[in-house]
Design a protein around this ligand. Structure first.
Ligand code: NCN
Ligand code: DMD
Length: 357
C-alpha cells in the first residue's frame, strides 16, 4: 500500500490515465486489414497496437526522439566486497559514456536514440554539465545505515520527475532509463525482495560477475539490509530512504512522471526494474505506459516482471544495465510502427482477404 504524504507534493503523482482505448481498437482493426494472415506478426502486432494506444493515433508515428537518460550513482555497500569491480568504475564509466565508448552509446546509435548522462549520486565530482541534479555523493551502506535522508529521498524523486519533464518538453516521445553504479545489484535485490516478499537467497545474483566468495558476502549484506528494509516495505518513500539510493529514487520519479505525462517507456534491467516496482506504488497503473525491453540474467528481475505483469521482448542473457537491453529491443518497436503505417491493405494491394464463414 502506498502512503504518499500530501505535505510532500513532489512525491504525489496524479491519477494515471491508461493509453487510449479507441486508438487501440483502431490498430487492432487495421492489423486485420493488412496483407498477412491474421495474427501472423505475433507479438509485433501487439507492440504496434500498444504504441498506437500510447500516442492516441493509428497508425502510430515512428518515434521522433527516443531518449535514454542514464542515471549514475554510487552505493556504500560497494565497500563490502559485493561487486566484481571497485566503485571508481562508476565515475570512469561516466567519462566513457560522455566520450561515446560504452555499449549504451553503440546501442543508442544503432537504434537512432540519443543519450543523456545524469550524475545523481556519484561518489566523486563530475562535470557540472551532468551534475545539476546531484543529490549527494554516494548513497549510504544499506546493510548498516539509511541510504538517504528523508529530504534527499524527496529531492531524488523530484529530480527524476524534473528530468522526465525536461525530456518530454524537449520532444522525447519514448523514454528509456539506464543505470550505472557499482553495487547497485545488491541494492536492487534488497528492494525487490522487500516489495515481492521474497527470501534473500532467491534474489542474490552475480551482478558484474562476482565469484563464489563474493556471492556469499553479497548474500549476507542483502540479508542484513532486508532486516532493515522489511519493516518499511509498505511505504515506498521510507523503503527508498532506508534501503534504496538516490539513483533508484530518481529513476522511480522519472518512470512515474513519464506515465503521468502519457509518454511510453521501454524498461531495462535490474535497477530500473527495482525503480519500476517503487514507481508503480507511487503512481498505480504507471506500468500501463511501460514495456519490458528484456529480461536480465539477474534472478530478481523475473520477480519484477511477474509483479508488474510485463512480458519481456528479449531474453538474451544480458546483465549490463546502462539501458542497453531496452535499446536492443527498440528497433522492434520501430518495426511494429512501420508495419501499421506502411504495409498495404488487402484492398489496396488487390489481395484476397481471409475466407469468411
Ligand atoms: O541491469 C542489469 O540487469 C544488471 C545486471 C548486472 C550488472 N549490472 C550493472 O553492473 C553494475 C552493478 O553490478 P554490481 O555487481 O556492481 O552490483 C551497475 O552499473 C549495473 O548497471 C546491471
Ligand atoms: C565496466 C563496467 C561497465 C558497466 N556498465 C554498467 N555497469 C557496468 C559495470 C562495469 C564494471
Amino acid at each position: 500500500m502506498s502512503t504518499v504524504d500530501a505535505d510532500r507534493p513532489e512525491t504525489t503523482f496524479p491519477k494515471i490515465v491508461p493509453p487510449d482505448e479507441q486508438a487501440h481498437r483502431q490498430a487492432v482493426a487495421r492489423h486485420a486489414q493488412l496483407t498477412k494472415p491474421a495474427g501472423s506478426l505475433g507479438r509485433l502486432e501487439e507492440l504496434g497496437v500498444w504504441i498506437s494506444a500510447c500516442q492516441g493515433t493509428c497508425p502510430p508515428r515512428p518515434f521522433a526522439r527516443p531518449r535514454v537518460v542514464l542515471f549514475a550513482g554510487d552505493h556504500g555497500v560497494a565497500a563490502e566486497g559485493v561487486s566484481a569491480y571497485p566503485s571508481e568504475v562508476t565515475e570512469q564509466m561516466v567519462t566513457n559514456f560522455l566520450t561515446g565508448g560504452a555499449a549504451v552509446n553503440v546501442a543508442a546509435t544503432n537504434a537512432d536514440a540519443t543519450v543523456r548522462v545524469v550524475d545523481i549520486a556519484v561518489a566523486t565530482d563530475t562535470p557540472s554539465l551532468i551534475a545539476a541534479h546531484k543529490v549527494r555523493r554516494s548513497s549510504g551502506a544499506i546493510n548498516r545505515e539509511d541510504a538517504l535522508s528523508e529530504a534527499e529521498t524527496t529531492a531524488a524523486i523530484a529530480a527524476g520527475r524534473a528530468i522526465a519533464d525536461e525530456e518530454i518538453d524537449g520532444g522525447a516521445d519514448l523514454l528509456i532509463a539506464g543505470d550505472m553504479g557499482i553495487g547497485n545489484t545488491t541494492v536492487s535485490a534488497v528492494l525487490i525482495a522487500a516489495l515481492t516478499d521474497t527470501e534473500p537467497v532467491a534474489v542474490v545474483g552475480r551482478g558484474t560477475g562476482i565469484d563464489d566468495a563474493g556471492w556469499m558476502r553479497k548474500a549476507a549484506v542483502i540479508r542484513d539490509a532486508l532486516r532493515r528494509a522489511r519493516p518499511v516495505a509498505g511505504d515506498p518513500l521510507a523503503l527508498l530512504r532506508v534501503a534504496g539510493g538516490a539513483d533508484i529514487a530518481a529513476v522511480s520519479g522519472f518512470l512515474a512522471q513519464a506515465a503521468a505525462r502519457r509518454t511510453p517507456v521501454l524498461l531495462d534491467g535490474l535497477a530500473v526494474g527495482a525503480a519500476a516496482l517503487i514507481a508503480e506504488e507511487l503512481a498505480p497503473n504507471a506500468r500501463k505506459w511501460w514495456l519490458a525491453g528484456h529480461r536480465s540474467a539477474e534472478p530478481a528481475h523475473a520477480l519484477v516482471l511477474d509483479q508488474l505483469d510485463l512480458t519481456p521482448l528479449l531474453d538474451l542473457g544480458m546483465r549490463l544495465g546502462e539501458g542497453a537491453g531496452a535499446l536492443a529491443a527498440l528497433p522492434l518497436l520501430t518495426l511494429s510502427c512501420r508495419v501499421l503505417a506502411e504495409m498495404a491493405t488487402f484492398e489496396e494491394a488487390g489481395v484476397t482477404g481471409p475466407t469468411s464463414d
